[in-house]
Design a protein around this ligand. Structure first.
Ligand SMILES: NC(=O)c1ccc[n+]([C@@H]2O[C@H](COP(=O)([O-])OP(=O)(O)OC[C@H]3O[C@@H](n4cnc5c(N)ncnc54)[C@H](OP(=O)(O)O)[C@@H]3O)[C@@H](O)[C@H]2O)c1
Length: 251
């Protein structure tokens, strides 16, 4: 059976990826929805026309990653689409952040994304697609979100390297570098109301980010950066010394 796996499907952008899956990948026969909050996954599954399997997992737990691995081993699906969307970002200087939150950002954004990819890869056929949700934060470190932006630099770098490794297998890998979106992310990370930068920047619509990401994946693009404003930022961050950009990119 051809399936898609979407992590972080219980809210925000991940939920949009689930809602737009069928129209973009009609060949996919079922979707596995992954996040911790089962009730929200069930609610989403009820809205989808595509058969859905709710897989409530904490991706920072090795035990739960083992559950995903065994489920794939037992069911032997073809993973046509993998969307690594689960992520979190906490706003504060490193020295003032609970070490547990620093670890959570590293564990979820980098370790879990890497291991879910590794676990799914043996089941991915030629023509498969991997969408890794990075951020504009990957373009240059953002003070007060130093760990978050560093984890997203990893996501973009990992995606680009993996893309080369998978070229012969004809599996596309696309890193999605969205600007701010009005999702739970802003509340979980205590960003809402606490960052001038987040108040000033133009926002991205998760619906458009999801549809643009799928289009980019099907066109085998390495990166998808929504909105001209952020494409320009990406260019400026590339051609300007990062010691200068970092002073302007404080959150
Ligand atoms: N919103 C923004 O401004 C923004 C901008 C650029 C990039 N991004 C990126 O976009 C992605 C989606 O974020 P969002 O904006 O949609 O925020 P969101 O609504 O908070 O979604 C985060 C998702 O990750 C899941 N998640 C969190 N911890 C998890 C864990 N330990 N195990 C499994 N799943 C977990 C959450 O589900 P549960 O709580 O149910 O586990 C939720 O489904 C993230 O990678 C984020 O870094 C966001």
């Amino acid at each position: 059976m051809k399936i898609a796996i979407i992590t972080g499907a219980s809210s925000g952008l991940g939920k949009e990826y689930a809602l737009q899956l069928s129209e973009n990948f009609p060949e996919v026969e079922a979707v596995w929805l992954v996040a911790r909050r089962k009730a929200l996954l069930d609610e989403l599954a009820a809205k989808l026309t595509l058969p859905s399997v709710c897989v409530p997992l904490d991706l920072t737990s090795d035990t739960d990653l083992g559950i995903l691995s065994r489920k794939l081993e037992e069911e032997q699906p073809e993973v046509q689409v993998l969307v690594n969307c689960a992520g979190c970002g906490y706003l504060a200087n490193v020295a003032e952040t609970d070490p547990e939150l620093l670890a959570r950002m590293c564990d979820l954004n980098m370790r879990a994304m890497t291991l879910v990819t590794r676990i799914a890869l043996p089941y991915m056929p030629e023509g498969g697609h991997i969408v890794n949700v990075s951020s504009i934060a990957s373009f240059c470190p953002n003070a007060r979100m130093t760990v978050y932006s560093s984890t997203k630099a990893y996501v973009s770098s990992f995606s680009l390297g993996l893309r080369e490794e998978l070229r012969d297998r004809k599996i596309s890998v696309t890193a999605v570098c969205s600007g701010p979106m009005d999702t739970e992310f802003l509340d979980v990370g205590e960003i809402r109301g606490n960052s001038k930068m987040f108040k000033t920047l133009p926002y991205c619509d998760p619906k458009k980010v999801a549809s643009g990401s799928y289009k980019a994946a099907k066109a085998d693009k390495a990166f998808h950066t929504p909105r001209a404003f952020f494409k320009l930022y990406r260019f400026i961050a590339k051609v300007t010394p990062s010691t200068i950009v970092v002073k302007l990119a404080k959150t």
